[in-house]
Design a protein. Structure first.
Length: 313
């Protein structure tokens, strides 16, 4: 699809990329998530919403895309609009579940941030989808915090495991507070984390944004982490702070570092015995800074490389 201007090329890159995820975009979303697929942002790649709206009406773009009900998509993909509207409704219901779980996690020791990720954060999930969480835990207590978070979510009857998937919390990513920068960067990661939606711990969400803004901006020149708390946001209360701090002091008094070391040893052994850990194409990381469990990523780096090559050919 030959196009003349760089802005038009970036707009088509953006619509094409999200088309793979069955996700048509509004003009505002095209502006916010504008994608430079090769990660080489130029000084003139930043643009205004007005620039996007004007470019969307140009012939060099309209011959490749269509618009329906305010959404833009590749020609012949009109059915995606109704699907997105339905997926948006699915996501609203799952958000309510996530919010209730976050209300309990504010009492759990060492939890500093809880954020929605994946298809629910995008508002692009199916009815049978699970709910992905990114959890930030106090540095030096990531293994202890993981056990406590898993225990709480399990007690609430919302932990994903086995064939229990629908409306369950998938605890597939923990990150330490002193290491908030994402280690595995790329086009797909930029897309994922640009949709991150904070539920609890807004201060750490802001720190996460600052730690990752530069490399995400290398793919998405107009993107910035939201600096306004969502309307329906879980605030820590006086009671939750007192209980959380009290439990943390108790664990530390009982030998918090020794407990952390022991739990690391036990959990590492279990992770290494799990066949999914060694599954080809997966992304598994387990150390004192990151615990990432993605044995079957929706899209992988090999895919994104091929996507970029396809755009260039």
């Amino acid at each position: 699809m030959p196009v003349q201007s760089r802005l038009s090329k970036n707009i088509l890159n953006t619509i094409s990329y999200y088309d793979i995820l069955d996700f048509p975009l509004t003009s505002l979303e095209i502006w916010k998530y504008l994608t430079v697929a090769d990660g080489e942002v130029m000084d003139n790649d930043k643009c205004s919403l007005g620039d996007i709206v004007e470019a969307l009406e140009a012939e060099e773009i309209t011959k490749h895309i269509e618009e329906y009900r305010g959404f833009y998509f590749l020609r012949g993909r009109k059915e995606l609009v109704e699907r997105r509207i339905e997926k948006d409704k699915n996501s609203i219901e799952k958000y309510k579940i996530a919010q209730k779980v976050a209300e309990w996690l504010r009492f759990v020791p060492y939890v500093r941030m809880v954020a929605l990720a994946g298809t629910v954060a995008m508002k692009n999930c199916e009815p049978e989808s699970d709910i992905d969480f990114l959890v930030a835990l106090e540095s030096g207590r990531i293994w202890t915090g993981r056990l406590l978070v898993t225990g709480m979510v399990h007690i609430l009857g919302k932990r994903r495991y086995g064939d229990k998937i629908r409306d369950r919390i998938c605890l597939n990513h923990y990150i330490a507070t002193q290491s908030l920068e994402i280690k595995k960067k790329g086009l797909f990661a930029a897309g994922e984390y640009s949709f991150l939606y904070p539920l609890l711990g807004f201060d750490f969400y802001e720190e996460f944004g600052k730690s990752n803004r530069q490399w995400i901006g290398g793919y998405k020149p107009n993107y910035s982490f939201d600096e306004i708390k969502p309307f329906r946001y879980v605030e820590a209360t006086h009671a939750s702070r007192v209980l959380q701090n009290g439990l943390e002091r108790l664990i530390n008094f009982l030998g918090g570092t020794r407990i952390e070391t022991w739990l690391k040893k036990k959990q590492t052994a279990r992770i290494e015995k799990n066949p999914l850990t060694h599954k080809a194409g997966g992304y598994i990381e387990y150390n004192d800074d990151n615990l990432v469990f993605l044995p079957e990523p929706r899209l992988d780096e090999e895919f994104t490389k091929n996507f970029v090559k396809g755009l260039e050919s």
